[in-house]
Each structure stands twice: as C-alpha cells, then as structure tokens.
Design a protein around this ligand. Structure first.
Ligand SMILES: *Cc1c(COP(=O)(O)O)cnc(C)c1O
Length: 362
C-alpha cells in the first residue's frame, strides 16, 4: 500500500462516518469525470452494479439478455439475479462478443431487448457497432466494463453505447480498492436516481421505500482509497500499454497465437490491457506451457477455463445457447494470460519475452 493511502484511511477513521458520506460523493464525482459521464454511483461490487443496471433499464422476469459465454461468471449471474434469461452468443477471434452473430439472432428474434457485452481483457467491443445495433433493434445495451476502465473504441470511451453501464473495483482490476467495490455510470439524472435508490434498500429519502432494492453501497474507506488510486490510473494504464507493446512486438513463438499480432499500435493503445491473452496453437500443450512458465518464475493464468453455460450452478436455470460456441471453446481450451501488472519492471518484461521465445513446445 502506498504511503499516500494512509492519510485517506486516517481521514475516514477519524470522521466516524463510514457509509454514504463525503468520500463516496467525492469519488463518484471524480470517477464520473474520468469516465466522461455525468453521474457515477458507487456500489458494493461489480456484480451488483450490473444487476442494478439491468433493473434500472427495466428488465422484467424472463426477459432474454444476449451475453457472451466467455467472461467472469458474475456477468451471467447478474442477469439471472435480475430475473433475466441469458442467451449465449459466441465470441469472435479476439474473444469479444461476435456482433455479426448477435445481429443474425436479432433479425430472427425481434423481441429481444437487452444486450450485455463484455469488454474482455480490457479490449473494447466496437462502440460504434453496439450503438448501431442498439438504435436499429431498439436494444438496451449494458456494457460490462469491469476489465476496461480507461479503454476506448475509435476514440469513444467505454460506456459510449449504454444509457447506463457498470464496472468493478475488485482489487486486481485496473482501478482497484482494498476490498470490494463497483460503480454504475450514466448521463441520465433519472437513471442515476433510480440506481442510487436500488443500491440503498430502494429508498428515495430516508424510510421512503418505493422500490425493492438491495444493500450495495460503496463504503467510505474504499471510496477514499479509490480516490487516491484514480490519480495514478492513467499512468498505470499507460504502463500496461507499454508492456503490451513489448509483448506484441517481441514475443515470437511458433507455438502461440498473439491476439495482438498484426494489429496496429493504435489498437494496442485503446485497450486498458487488464489481461494479456495468448492462445496455444496446440491446446494439448497448455499444461506444459504453464508449468514451463512457472519453472521460470512466471505466473500464467487462464481466463477462463470453462464456458459459463456449462457451469454446474446453471443446471436448473433457464438459458439459451446460440450455435456451437466454437470460438469461446477455443479460448477455454487454449488461452493463457501473461503477466501485465503495471509494476512489472523492464527486466521482468524482457524475462517473460525471452522465456517464451525459448520455449521449444515440448
Ligand atoms: C470482475 C468482473 C465482474 C464482477 O465484479 P465484482 O466486483 O467481482 O463483483 C464482472 N464482470 C467482469 C468481466 C469482471 O471481470
């Protein structure tokens, strides 16, 4: 924990005010400004923020929500908790929701009204394309930007296709607290008010309960810490981009597919690079690749090792699957995330590059 965080902790401790106070308000203002939106509403976590966003958008029990099968489980859980029915559509070659497949589905099923895309790994789903789908098919788009704070798509910041969208401040996220936290973002005063109410028992003023809300508030300690971390977010994201650039340019392995190879540097500069995914050409070699990395002091991870619709928790839940989810399955079987933490030193980055380039694929 950096020294600048301690005064924030002391300030909150001395104030004696721990929930929904000045720290939360100040952070919400600063974060809204960072996101180029009018309002930010802090919540207890990203899962709740997504659920609240769906409810604010008027999701009714049984409503279909298009979403990818490759994401954090929370994305789907939010839909189910809000009463919706997930409709899983495959991802594209980059691991992002395949918008062509989405459009095909919308042409066949004009009654579908909700779309929950995920800016996975920090890479933005095309905001332009999302907006067009939203306009043309009358959709409510709720972007899951838990991994993409600070990312943009052709210059438009994340969130640009949504009336209300959500993010997470889980400690490992690009902007993380020292515990759970999340936020909703919107330009609409009306939606902001409804979200504020839903996170706080559904009350408007004190004891005025007009909605069946939940308890999901961003506490003062987290807000104070997040205000400090927000100041260095741009520098941290910049550092992530530098590392991504080094990986994209220097990793040359016949055994791996880099998702960023051949993409222009401008594309690299728009992702928030929450994770740096590569794919094994031969999925059967993933375990040995991971242990090879481990032997060399490098922690590789898998995002994600299962398809959401195949999770045991969904066995008694209504959902639909469109197509064979071939691309998502490819990620499940062959993806490895390389370290891209902003505190990695140059020599650590070179070490990762060298170790990978020396791998013989055995
Ligand atoms: C982390 C994450 C969430 C959930 O956020 P929590 O704060 O852990 O509830 C949702 N979606 C995605 C894509 C995430 O990475």
């Amino acid at each position: 924990m950096g020294p600048s965080v301690l005064p924030a902790l002391q300030r909150v401790g001395a104030s004696g005010w721990y929930i929904l106070g000045q720290e939360c308000e100040q952070f919400e203002k600063a974060f809204a400004q960072y996101c180029k939106t009018q309002f930010a509403i802090g919540t207890g976590n990203g899962l709740d923020a997504l659920e609240i966003a769906l409810r604010v958008e008027g999701l009714q029990k049984g409503d279909a929500v298009i979403t990818p099968p490759l994401s954090a489980f929370a994305t789907t859980l939010a839909i189910i908790r809000a009463g919706g029915k997930p409709v899983f559509v495959d991802v594209d070659e980059d691991g992002l929701l395949d918008l062509q497949a989405v459009e095909k589905l919308l042409q066949a099923r004009s009654q579908i009204r909700f779309l929950l895309p995920v800016h996975l790994y920090g890479k933005c789903v095309s905001i332009e394309a999302l907006k067009r789908l939203s306009d043309q098919y009358g959709l409510s788009v709720i972007e899951d930007a838990a991994q993409a704070v600070g990312a943009s798509s052709k210059g438009t910041p994340v969130g640009g296709a949504s009336r209300i969208w959500a993010t997470s401040f889980y400690p490992t996220k690009n902007l993380g607290g020292i515990g759970d936290g999340g936020a909703l973002l919107t330009d609409s005063e009306e939606l902001a008010e409804k979200a504020r109410s839903l996170r706080d028992y559904g009350q408007k003023g004190k004891y005025e309960h007009h909605l069946l809300g939940m308890n999901s508030r961003l506490d003062e300690i987290q807000a104070a810490i997040l205000s400090v971390h927000l100041e260095s977010l741009e520098a941290m994201n910049l550092r992530r981009r530098e590392i991504a650039q080094s990986y994209a340019q220097q990793i040359q392995s016949q055994h791996l597919i880099s998702l960023f190879q051949g993409t222009q540097l401008s594309h690299l500069s728009e992702s928030s690079h929450h994770l740096y995914p590569v794919l094994l050409k031969d999925p059967a070699k993933r375990a040995s690749f991971l242990s090879y990395l481990d032997q060399n002091g490098i922690q590789g991870q898998i995002h994600y090792p299962f398809l959401i619709p195949e999770a045991a928790a969904l066995k008694d839940t209504a959902f639909e699957i469109e197509g064979d989810l071939k691309n998502a399955r490819r990620f499940v079987e062959s993806e490895v995330s390389l370290p891209i933490h902003p505190y990695l030193t140059e020599s650590e980055v070179h070490h990762v590059v060298n170790v990978i380039n020396c791998w013989g694929g055995e």
